[in-house]
Design a protein around this ligand. Sequence first.
Ligand SMILES: [Zn+2]
Length: 41
Amino acid sequence: MSDFESYTCGNCGEGFKAHPSGNAAANAYCSPACESVGKRL
Ligand SMILES: [Zn+2]
């Protein structure tokens, strides 16, 4: 599949690729760990 898009993590600033319909794309975090920090969970 080649329909992945590039995003920048909202926490660490790391570039990553994710499927536009995926959870990572919606949240704009490269990993669950960054999502936790970014959202201050
Ligand atoms: Zn990150």
